[in-house]
Design a protein around this ligand. Structure first.
Ligand code: FES
Ligand code: FE2
Length: 330
């Protein structure tokens, strides 16, 4: 249906009259105190997780193949049963140890490629399932041995716009670092306009404590056109940072960044998977149209998040490399 003029969104952009060159913006290093970032990281580490780990995007899990990865030293697969329910369990076949991540799913069962043993998610021949949860956006698995915390029946989910109010996209990227490096990067909002000038300008941290950072920032559309917002960053767990837009265009939109520890890479460095869910919301009339265009918007949102994550993973990897060699200045 063609939008009528009434339906068309009023553009949310502001015009920057005198855009400053990158090097002329106010430096933020005095405010970005290493001790404050470390305190926020420490506070994040005190929150319980119930041993739940994000595995990936709910939408990306196909019906004919499992999702497989190694968390810490635990090989895990997850797949959907014939009824769509998420199952998870050890990624090694109980017969002779074939990697189940390479096995297909047929009629809701993982069928081992080596000799055809089929698992339907119930305990079988020593194979015991792990608790799994699909929140509609992200897939979770509970690994009590890895987490070592008192288990919880469900993961603690940040509040999100309801499915019919938002457009969601999930981006996944791996880095050679630990989850705390990913979280520390997110708990340093001061780097935004310096390190990502392609995406952010005019960034001011209005308030910073060890539990929340309030940031005024503009998302950059072109050199002169920007979308100003206020956003609050919190870390509700040791592996999660949530950015919530509290004022301006997209108020109520949420970016959830989850860091899941994977096994070491080929060079023995720890690997972390970053799974970032963007749930964009807008009060604008035109957003109803945007929701209908969601299949088109999702790749664009993912591309923008992936670009930021290339930068941010470089930051996290650098932080890890310095920590691992005792050179981290913080
Ligand atoms: S190793 Fe899986 S069926 Fe034999
Ligand atoms: Fe960043």
């Amino acid at each position: 249906m063609t939008p009528t003029p009434r339906d068309r969104p009023r553009l949310p952009f502001s015009r920057r009259r005198h855009p400053l060159p990158w090097e002329a913006q106010r430096s933020t290093w005095r405010d970005a105190k290493p001790g404050l970032i470390a305190a926020a990281l420490k506070t994040a580490g005190t929150h319980p997780t119930g041993n739940w780990y994000v595995l990936g995007s709910s939408r990306a899990l196909r019906s004919d193949a499992p999702l497989g990865c190694t968390l810490g030293d635990t090989e895990v697969i997850a797949w959907r049963g014939a009824d769509g329910v998420l199952h998870a369990g050890p990624g090694s076949c109980p017969h002779l140890g074939a990697p189940l991540r390479e096995s297909p799913v047929r009629c809701g069962e993982v069928v081992c490629r080596w000799h055809g043993l089929a698992l339907n998610g119930q305990p079988f021949a020593g194979w015991e399932p792990y608790p799994a949860y699909d929140d509609g956006l992200l897939l979770w698995v509970r690994l009590d041995d890895l987490g070592g915390e008192p288990p919880r029946a469900r993961p603690l989910l940040p509040e999100r716009p309801r499915a019919h109010e938002g457009v969601a996209a999930v981006v996944v990227a791996d880095g050679a670092c630990e989850p705390e490096d990913v979280v520390a990067n997110r708990l340093d909002p001061w780097h935004g306009a310096w390190f990502h000038p392609h995406s952010f300008v005019d960034l001011t941290v209005e308030d910073a404590t060890d539990t929340a950072f309030t940031v005024r920032v503009s998302f950059r559309v072109t050199r002169r056109l920007v979308v100003p917002v206020r956003a609050v960053f919190t870390a509700p767990g040791p592996r999660t940072v949530v950015m919530r837009i509290t004022d301006g265009e997209g108020m109520g939109s949420v970016v959830e960044t989850h860091a899941t520890p994977l096994g070491p890479d080929e060079r023995g460095r720890p690997k972390t998977r970053v799974i970032e869910a963007v749930v964009a919301r807008s009060q604008r009339r035109g957003f109803a149209l945007a929701r209908r265009a969601a299949p088109l918007l999702r790749p664009l949102m993912s591309a923008a998040a992936a670009r930021l994550w290339r930068d941010d993973l470089a930051y996290a990897e650098r932080r890890y490399a310095l920590r691992a060699t005792g050179r981290f200045p913080g």
